[in-house]
Structure formats: structure tokens, C-alpha cells
Design a protein around this ligand. Structure first.
Ligand SMILES: Cc1cc2nc3c(=O)[nH]c(=O)nc-3n(C[C@H](O)[C@H](O)[C@H](O)COP(=O)(O)O)c2cc1C
Length: 200
């Protein structure tokens, strides 16, 4: 029985390939671990704010000096950190936009990567505090990045994998529906990605 957190960052609802792929992964995990729960966090419906001055000030305010304003500035981030830490399995939808992750996904990352809560430095070395979780990254992209001429531009998956590693999540399975803008590949891209899902 697993606590699955499915993060959606495409605004396209059920038409979204990363949502369909993420839903299928979450369903397969549930079949593999009966009794699991799936919590959907739809960042296009409930986006996190960009990092602003109040948030940064709050981050660096010692807890004993926290005013109601400071606490308010950290509230959503605090809740998102707890939600992340309480999950066993993350399913993260990654619709590729201009070679990067969506800005809504970036804002979620900015709110959950928190010193002392999801990472720390131990003897000068990063030490992730969100250990023991598995992550599936459900990628949807117009081009092909797993091989070929665009492989050198695979920044988004490299970035997301790196951030997850940094907070201690190293068991990561990347599932790609790619070539969605390429005639000859687009028709079977999602089907091929679904065939490649490997729940272990
Ligand atoms: C604004 C925008 C930028 C995009 N940039 C890229 C890109 O840089 N590379 C790429 O391969 N596909 C790109 N795409 C195609 C999307 O990755 C593709 O449509 C994907 O299916 C989106 O995910 P979704 O179906 O979950 O919404 C872009 C799409 C949009 C709307």
C-alpha cells in the first residue's frame, strides 16, 4: 500500500499526454500495490507563487522570530513539503516547454526544495532528506530526446532528475512519450510510452 502523489503540470486536462501517461503510471502502481491512495496535485489549477521577497525573507527568519506575516509567506510551502515527505511514490508529469519544465512545475520545485527540510549540507556535502521514495517522470515532448540529434538538449529531464537526487530521491524511472510533433512517431508515442512502464 503506497501513498502516491501525482503532480500535474500541463494545463490541457485529459487531452494532455503527460496527464494520460501519469494517470496510467499511477493506476499501474495501484494495481501493483492494492490499497494505495492517489493524491492529484494539479499545478495548473492551484499554481504556487513565484519566489518573491516576502518568501525569501521568511526563509531566512529564525522560527522564534516568525511573525504572522512570515508564517503566512511559508504556509503553502510548508504544506507542500509535508505532502511530499508523506508520499511514498511521486508521479511527476513533465510537458516539455521550450526545452524546459513548465513554470508551474518549477514553482512547485522552488517551494519544496527547502534547507533543513528536504535537504541539508553535511560536512559540506549535500544530503537529501526525502529519502526512500520512488519517482516516475512522465515526459511528453514534440521532439525525441532519448536519442538522436536532440539528445544533447535533454535539459528538462536532466534538471528534474538532478533536483530529485539533490533532495534524496534517487530511484527514478523516466517514461517518455516523445516525438509527438513528428509524423510517423506521433500516432504511437503514448502507446509506446505506456508499453515501457515498468513498475518495480
Ligand atoms: C509553448 C510550448 C512550447 C513547447 N516547446 C517544446 C520544445 O521545446 N520541445 C519539444 O520537443 N516540444 C515542445 N512542445 C511540445 C509539447 O512538449 C507537447 O505538445 C506535449 O505533448 C505537451 O505536453 P502535454 O500533452 O502534457 O500538454 C511545446 C509545446 C508548447 C505549447
Amino acid at each position: 500500500m503506497k501513498n502516491i502523489l501525482h503532480i500535474i503540470s500541463s494545463p490541457r486536462g485529459e487531452a494532455s499526454v503527460s496527464v494520460q501517461l501519469g494517470n496510467t503510471i499511477a493506476q499501474r502502481v495501484t494495481e501493483t500495490f492494492p490499497g494505495s491512495t492517489v493524491t492529484q496535485l494539479d499545478l495548473s489549477v492551484n499554481p504556487f507563487p513565484h519566489i518573491d521577497g516576502a518568501y525569501i525573507t521568511a526563509l531566512f527568519t529564525p522560527p522564534e522570530l516568525a511573525t504572522p506575516e512570515v508564517k503566512a509567506a511559508l504556509k503553502r510551502s510548508d504544506e507542500a513539503v509535508v505532502q511530499l515527505l508523506e508520499s511514498d511514490i511521486l508521479v511527476i508529469g513533465l510537458p516539455l516547454y521550450n526545452l524546459g519544465v513548465s513554470s508551474t512545475l518549477k514553482s512547485w520545485i522552488d517551494n519544496v526544495v527547502r534547507a533543513g527540510q528536504t535537504f541539508r549540507y553535511k560536512d559540506g556535502v549535500p544530503d537529501g532528506l526525502a529519502k526512500g521514495k520512488k519517482a516516475y517522470i512522465a515526459v511528453a515532448s514534440g521532439s525525441v530526446f532519448s536519442e538522436g540529434p536532440m539528445a544533447a538538449f535533454d535539459y528538462a529531464v536532466t534538471y528534474l532528475t538532478g533536483v530529485l537526487n539533490f533532495i534524496g530521491i534517487t530511484d527514478i524511472n523516466v517514461v517518455r512519450a516523445e516525438g509527438l510533433a513528428i509524423p510517423g512517431l506521433q500516432a504511437r508515442a503514448l502507446e509506446k510510452a505506456i508499453e515501457a512502464i515498468d513498475i518495480v
